[in-house]
Design a protein around this ligand. Sequence first.
Ligand code: EPZ
Length: 442
Amino acid sequence: MDTFVIDGGRRLKGRLTVSGSKNASLPIMAAALLTDQPLTLHDVPDLRDLANMRGLLGELGCDVQYEGNLTRLQVVDESASHARYEIVRTMRASICILGPMLARRKRARISMPGGCAIGDRPVDLHLRGLRALGADIRLDGGDIIAQADELTGTTIFLGGPAGSTVLGTANVMSAATLARGTTVIECAACEPEIVNLAETLTAMGARIEGAGTPRITIHGVRELGPAEVRIMPDRIEAGTYMLASAITNGQVTIDNCPLDALLALLDRLDEVGVGVTRTDRAQGADRCTVMVESSRRLNPVQVTTQPHPGFPTDLQAQIMALLCLADGNSIITERIYEQRFLHVAELGRMGAVLHRQGPTVVVSGVPKLVGAPVMASDLRASACLVLAGLAAQGRTIINRVYHLDRGYQRMEERLRQLGAAIERVDEEEVAADASARVAAPR
Ligand code: EPZ
């Protein structure tokens, strides 16, 4: 398995361009199942999760041509309806094919997604919403078996204990585009990725109002047609590199940055003392250029994760790495996935002082972090450890970086271009090197 070897202490300088959004691409690719017409997508990133989605759609009769910056999808065979466990277990976001399959093929069998490193990942809200539209859904042998002769629009409250559900909203909104009558989703997810999906469905002929607000109204239509759309920039990738610049006291310019989707992060960075300056003259703030640099002194702050537009849970681990070096105590509370703290123990191995009480971690700032061998556990925890390694004194070895490849395109190459001393090596190579050093005569 691949490992990152990072020699920390270098300030990042230079320029990078944000890729297309993984979390927007997944439900938008699934929307191809709503029609037999072509769906052409620009800026789908080259990530393992999307390769998995291409494989899943291929098994469901959707032809997918991936030519770098262009992804062309078109259903050629609608006879299949089973999303196999072997694929779903590698990517729980596979659940986002359920709504489109039900709406178009009237049936679907998909393995119940399991939990993952960040916690239980229930789908009860997805099923509640689809049942409200008239679907018959039962569980059998670990599979969700859904069918519906016809879906009928209705008003659905889709809120759960942590508020809204992103992929649950995507599933119900997608299914409702072909339902008879009007559907109102109350407590809908407001994430920008839902807006990007609604833009795509609208381009395909759907009639949707209120995407981006807690109440989305969908007027069902008979069928959807072809469309060509652009995937929004990945706000979590952008935020991760902004934090990489800040933690290394760097000066990084970021192009194609979805600034207006990152206002909660900007609010925290401003209080910490990290400067984010817009340097382009374009009109909108959905794709702009910013320069990120931090003052040497970082102020401690309070961070609580919430559904959008609140602070994103997907940046919680990364800002924790930054706050390990702040002058004082910060408080981070995780309200979306209360177990999303596997990075805490690993940061502790690097000299961070962290005290966890349930969903809250007190981060006592320290003057420096020290490089150490650490273990990546999930996508965003891995990114956190990379950031910590970039700032730490000495060498950090991050094992199991395959987690990173799910959500970050060639991270080590892009960080090297910014001046980081980071290599991707095979873990056997690292072990051999370590034992050679131990065996070497003193
Ligand atoms: C999306 O997951 C993202 N993934 C996640 O990003 C992100 O962390 C999450 O939204 C929250 O923002 C994709 O978009 C592919 P949810 P999703 O349904 O839709 C509870 C990453 O790192 N819930 O919004 O699966 C759930 O337990 C990934 O890129 C229910 O209770 O998340 C959680 O507490 C990780 N019942 C909260 O809602 C349900 O039926 C939010 O989950 C569904 C969710």
